[in-house]
Design a protein around this ligand. Sequence first.
Ligand code: RFL
Ligand code: PHB
Length: 394
Amino acid sequence: MHTTVGIVGAGPAGLLLARLLHNAGIDSVVLERRDRAYVEQRQRAGMLEQATADALRAAGAGARMDREGMPHHGIELRFGRRAHRIDFPSLTGGRSVMVYAQTEVVKDLIALQLAHGGPLLFDAEVTSVEGADSDSPAIRYLHEGREQTLTCDYVIGCDGFHGVARHAIPASVRTVYERTYPYSWLGILAEAPPVYAELVYAHSERGFALASMRSATVSRLYLQVPNGTDPAHWSDGRIWDELDARFATDGDPGWKLERGPVTSKAVLPMRSHVVEPMRHGRVFLAGDAAHIVPPTGAKGLNLAAADVIVLARALALWRRTGSTRLLDAYSDTCLRRVWRAEHFSYFMTTTLHTDPAQSAFETRLQLSQLERVAASPHAAAELAENYTGLPLAH
Ligand code: RFL
Ligand code: PHB
């Protein structure tokens, strides 16, 4: 089998790319290791930058997001037992974000691809990507009990952090930049109405906490916990008590989360990771296959979308004119945005969490930085611009 663009992985990066290529009249085949139900239910991110929401609309995948998603115009920061709101539109010239779960983005894109797009194969595990330096790279995969080969003009590795496509970039030309953090997140989904109108990011003496949401009746909540924490050691009651303690402020002492049945509980490690370059020959990497951020800045899904938007434009130019100018610029173009998001995610993470080895001096620096964001429109605008996302051309 041969296709123009072979896509490894049906996460948000692979699915959005397939959609954008279909709209540009370019053939693709998507190969996904897991089954459809697994991919549609994997709990992950929930916040879309304005540019990501706009791109989904432009791709014809925004109708349900516009009906069911929740536009948000700010976030709340809590620190030193006080609350401070960051207003996005006034600080960024009108930008805002959309709270709409990654699971829903993925469901919408899968439905579109199966109805109108090229082949999307589930239970198709890619074992290797070969011939990056040749004119016709090949994807080897297992499907329906057989080993199969898909030859392509280009292969795009959208196969996440544990994928195989990045191995097509020889170790001799690949550089990895990495940082791990001395804490993790315990994340829960709860059938409980969020009592907060906007996301709440809390720095506290007890550690970081984040209140997000999936709908008017479902809350998504996170607590900083030590690495290696077993979620079984956190009873529902202990989680709710700890969340209330970390969000507590002196200005509104009666403030409490609304509690409800906890339907999912998991511990997520925190990591920063970048692979350079994001392209070798005719193999390109996009999304988590090329870079990971800790989730505090809500950038992972948005970076994945930005990569494939840049890539789809580059492939469309190549298809129309034969020019590889934008394909040749892909890695540098994306890495500029990637490193900005890496820095912002690192900043949000290290400013809001408590490192177990942190000194009292470092805690005072964190609080001073947060005070600065609360007091200075310039500092607040820097946060708001990064959070709502830089324009795609950046
Ligand atoms: P994905 O979503 O990981 O999709 C990769 C897809 O490739 C498939 N795959 C293969 N298919 C075929 N053959 C192989 N050999 C394959 N190997 C892998 C996988 O099954 C999968 O379907 O990457 P993509 O598309 O780049 O999208 C990136 C986002 O998913 C990611 O950045 C964010 O979800 C990150 N992230 C979070 N970001 C946030 O902003 N807020 C969050 O709360 C948040 N929670 C999370 C997260 C990432 C997590 N991971 C990766 C461990 C929670 C988790 C658990
Ligand atoms: C989420 O809703 O899952 C979410 C939102 C913002 C973040 C991280 C996760 O920074």
